[in-house]
Design a binder for this molecule. Structure first.
Ligand code: ZN
Length: 202
């Protein structure tokens, strides 16, 4: 499956000068919502990811996605795996599990994002799941930004990866473009202003 082509065809791989949620700047931005606006594409991606996860033999009771970014990918993946689908959301900046979702002691939970960059949001949500008694058995994402090692890829884990190294990370593709600290960003040095994706019609 050529995931990069699917993102390009959906105009979901944006080029410009972007401020990422981590605060870093980048020339490219992946807008997964654009890929997932076609439910057939969402299903195809989730089915392919689910196949990879099933082949690994990992046992999963529930998929948990951090809102908003992971919601559609999480739901589609849970559908493909035929397991429960829940989500975590931020309340006053703190990740929490609400909406009456319950987690049984020892429930095996797979965290799911659209894109894993450092995995920060996924791990924040994972801590909440663990505090409620759940066991995090793996992480899944449609795409990997190349900072964390994943199954079936020779990409090595970088220092800023926040995913635990003792559980598997599944993704369909690696998108390894540069990310810059704002004071080292060559695009800023060229005089342009970084925009927050989604804030100006993108
Ligand atoms: Zn910049």
């Amino acid at each position: 499956m050529d995931v990069k082509k699917i993102y390009m065809d959906a105009d979901a791989l944006l080029e410009g000068h972007f401020k990422l949620s981590s605060g870093n700047h980048s020339q490219f931005y992946l807008q997964s919502a654009k890929v997932l606006e076609d439910p057939k594409t969402a299903k195809l991606l989730a089915d392919t990811l689910a196949k990879q996860i099933k082949e690994s033999g990992l046992e999963i009771d529930t998929v948990c996605a951090p809102a908003l970014g992971g919601l559609i990918a999480g739901f589609a993946l849970a559908t493909a795996l035929d397991v429960r689908s829940i989500f975590a959301e931020r309340v006053n900046g703190e990740m929490s599990i609400r909406r009456g979702f319950e987690i049984k002691p020892g429930e095996k939970v797979l965290m799911c994002e659209d894109i894993i960059t450092t995995g920060g949001s996924a791990m924040e949500a994972a801590k909440v799941v663990e505090a409620l008694g759940g066991e995090i058995v793996g992480v899944a994402a449609l795409a990997n930004r190349g900072f964390c090692h994943r199954q079936n890829s020779d990409i090595t884990t970088k220092a800023n990866c926040k995913l635990p190294q003792n559980i598997p990370f599944f993704a369909l593709a690696d998108f390894t473009f540069e990310m810059y600290a704002p004071d080292e960003c060559p695009l800023c040095k060229d005089g342009s202003e970084a925009i927050k994706p989604g804030s100006r019609g993108n």
